[in-house]
Every structure is written in structure tokens, then in C-alpha cells.
Design a protein around this ligand. Structure first.
Ligand SMILES: Cc1ncc(COP(=O)(O)O)c(C=O)c1O
Length: 387
């Protein structure tokens, strides 16, 4: 397979050793093993630690342990462990699904902008990829009327990502039902990248159900990387009908074989403490919303913001005449700030803003961003003409 470079990952690996303050963090602030153990009652911790120290470093159960798959399955309706394949993050889950389901010439609909994998892998397979726009023209929201125009008898897969990276757009239960029905009407499937499932904004009501719950054409992809703040475990999964799980497992034999046993154990522990981790998230997101709102008030001449409908990500528009890649490079090299440039998602004059970061780190990153803007203005960078 020939595949185009993953633009955001390539850029990030060039600057990640320079930055200490992340205003664009893709998920919740990561936990340590110590943080995870501290979620358990004191009397259980010693045993858990002992179990971890004595865990075998041999190969582990290829699909993920029965305990972990059962814990994941319990988060879906009518789902058993046989419907779950544990993968190396959501990224491997998506890769397997695309490669098992698609062939050259198949029609695929995928959001634009998006986490690049969701367009680049189907394109590398030779699919005919159509974009469902989530752009300034749709106020960075999903527009179902536009999707209706894109579906054809050749469509094999509709890809959605809700809550959406990088805009924070979401699909509610009724909209998901509509997407599912559109896919079913042409015999297609829906792959829902639910990497941001469970991250709730304060006072945002009930989250939409995962697409698996809608029926056999629904394939859910999940991960512990974002809502549970555990990207280093590299634990994701597919929830799907058994035949698709078996086929993805068969392909995975050639790629990563099995999850790390230690990660499997820690993932099971994390899921059993999900409610506590969600409380932690709420406290972080609340603080960060206040930090961002106060900062935006002071920066209103330069920055404007469409808050996310869900998840922790959104795009921050700036009115300064400098390409987003140049701004992001300056932020990284001179101010130690990670600010993901909109250009990596196809949009100029935006930076991605993440609300999941440790609040002190985010506040310092935003203060440094203001210093960078001041330096640019003093050096003569003009404002953009307002539309
Ligand atoms: C939409 C989306 N899908 C998948 C992934 C990959 O996540 P994981 O760490 O679980 O592989 C990301 C990571 O940024 C993402 O934003």
C-alpha cells in the first residue's frame, strides 16, 4: 500500500521535544500508573500493585482478555465479548476495518476536515472518497442535507467521527438514526470513530448512543486514549457483528498480534473506575472553560471561537496575517507552546484548541500565545481584514 504522509503526526514529531505547554491537547490530561491505582480503595492497592509486578510479560490473549472485552461490551446494547476486538488504539481499529471492508473503486464518505487517517487510508486502498464538509460554511457543524447529496448506490461506507476532531461537532441520536438509515438504504455500513465518546461538556445533557447500538450495519471504534487520559496504554477496540470482528482479528495477526498484557490489565482497571475518571474530566473541563473564556475576552481583537458541541476540541480563529503553520512554528520554537495549525486540517488562520489539558498548563500556554501575538504585532504583522 502506498499512502500519503500523515501531515499532523509528521509536524508534531518535529516539535514535540521543544514544547511544554499544550493548548491543542487531543484528549484528557494523561494519568500515571500511580494515579490509576489511587482510584482504588487503599486496601486493594497493594494487591493490585503486586499483581502488576508479577504479571507475565508473555504474549497475551490475542483478542484482548475476556475480562477487558466483557467490560467494553457492557458499554454497548446487546453486545457480548465476542463482538469486541481489542486493538492497538483506535488507529489500528480504523485501519483494520477499512482494509477488511473496502476495495478499490468503492464509494466512501468521510468528514472533512478530519483525523487524516479517516480519508487517507480509504484513498490508499483506491476508494472513491467523497467529503462530508464540517466547515465554516456549515458553522463547523454536521449538515445532514449535505450527506443526503453524497450517498450513491456505490457508497460502501459512511465514516463519522462524533464528537469530531478538530471542530467539536457532534451528531445527536436522531441524526445518527438518519445517517444509519441512509447507509442501510444503499447497503452500506457506518464506521463511527467514537474516540471522543464519554467526554461530556458541563450541562450538555445525555450523549448520543454509539452506532453499534443501532444495528448490524453500525461499527463502533473506541479507545482509552482520549476520555480516560491513557493514550500510552495503546488500547482501543472495535465493537461490531461477530463476522467482522473475526475478519479484523485475522488481519491483525499480521500487524500487532495481541495487546500488551500490562496494558490489558491497566485498561480493565481504568474501565472499572470510569465514573471517577469522568468526574475528574468534568473538573478539568470546567476550569479550562473559565480559563479560555477569560482569555478570549482579553484577546477578542485577535481570537474568536465556536465552542465545541461535544468532546474537548474546537478551532480557534485568529485575525492576524500569518499562515497557521508559521504561527505554530513560532509558538513552538520561541514560546514552547504546542498549537496545532489549522493548515494541517486544511484551514488557514485557525489553531486547534483542546480543553482536556491540565488547567495550569493550558493557562500558561494561552498566556504565552498572547506574548507571541504581541511580539508579532510589534514586529509589524498586520491584522487580517475582517469579513
Ligand atoms: C478521531 C481520532 N481517531 C483515532 C485516533 C487515534 O487514537 P488512538 O490513540 O486510540 O490510536 C485519534 C487520535 O488523535 C483521533 O483523534
Amino acid at each position: 500500500m502506498k499512502i500519503e504522509p500523515f501531515a499532523l503526526e509528521r509536524w508534531m514529531s518535529g516539535i514535540e521535544t521543544l514544547v511544554h505547554y499544550n493548548i491543542s491537547a487531543g484528549g484528557m490530561s494523561p494519568l500515571s500508573v500511580h494515579d490509576l491505582l489511587a482510584l482504588e480503595p487503599a486496601e486493594k492497592r497493594e494487591k493490585l500493585l503486586n499483581d502488576l509486578l508479577h504479571a507475565s510479560l508473555g504474549y497475551s490473549e490475542a483478542r484482548g482478555s475476556l475480562e477487558l472485552r466483557s467490560a467494553i461490551a457492557a458499554t454497548y446494547r446487546n453486545c457480548g465479548p465476542e463482538n469486541i476486538l481489542v486493538t492497538t488504539g483506535a488507529i489500528e481499529a480504523n485501519f483494520l476495518i477499512f482494509n477488511v471492508l473496502l476495495e478499490a473503486g468503492d464509494g466512501v464518505i468521510t468528514p472533512y476536515p478530519s483525523y487524516q487517517q479517516l480519508a487517507s487510508v480509504p484513498r490508499a486502498i483506491g476508494c472513491d472518497v467523497a467529503y462530508w464538509n464540517i466547515t465554516p460554511q456549515t458553522n463547523f457543524r454536521y449538515n445532514l442535507a449535505e450527506l443526503e447529496q453524497l450517498v450513491t448506490p456505490k457508497t460502501r461506507l459512511i465514516v463519522i467521527n462524533t464528537p469530531h476532531n478538530p471542530t467539536g461537532a457532534t451528531l445527536n441520536a436522531e441524526e445518527l438514526r438518519h445517517v444509519y438509515a441512509l447507509a442501510e438504504s444503499v447497503g452500506a455500513k457506518v464506521l463511527s470513530d467514537e474516540a471522543y465518546r464519554w467526554i461530556a461538556l458541563p450541562d450538555n445533557g445525555n450523549a448520543a448512543p454509539p452506532i453499534f447500538d443501532f444495528g448490524p450495519a453500525g461499527i463502533s471504534v473506541g479507545t482509552l486514549s482520549k476520555a480516560l487520559g491513557l493514550p500510552g496504554l495503546r488500547i482501543g477496540w472495535i465493537a461490531a457483528p461477530v463476522e467482522l470482528i473475526q475478519a479484523c482479528w485475522g488481519m491483525r495477526d499480521y500487524i500487532s498480534l495481541c495487546p500488551s498484557g500490562l496494558s490489558d490489565m491497566l485498561a480493565t482497571l481504568a474501565l472499572s473506575n470510569r465514573a471517577k475518571l469522568m468526574e475528574r474530566n468534568q473538573a478539568i473541563i470546567r476550569q479550562n472553560l473559565t480559563i479560555v473564556q477569560n482569555w478570549l475576552e482579553a484577546q477578542s481583537a485577535i481570537f474568536t471561537w465556536e465552542p465545541p458541541q461535544g468532546g474537548v476540541l474546537s478551532l480557534l480563529r485568529y485575525q492576524l496575517d500569518i499562515p497557521s503553520l508559521d504561527l505554530a512554528d513560532k509558538l513552538a520554537r520561541e514560546f514552547e507552546v504546542m498549537g496545532v495549525p489549522g493548515a494541517k486540517f486544511g484551514f488557514e488562520h485557525f489553531l486547534r484548541l483542546g480543553l482536556g489539558q491540565d488547567p495550569q498548563n493550558l493557562a500558561e500556554g494561552l498566556a504565552r500565545t498572547s506574548n507571541c501575538i504581541r511580539a508579532l504585532r510589534e514586529a509589524g504583522t498586520p491584522l487580517l481584514a475582517t469579513e
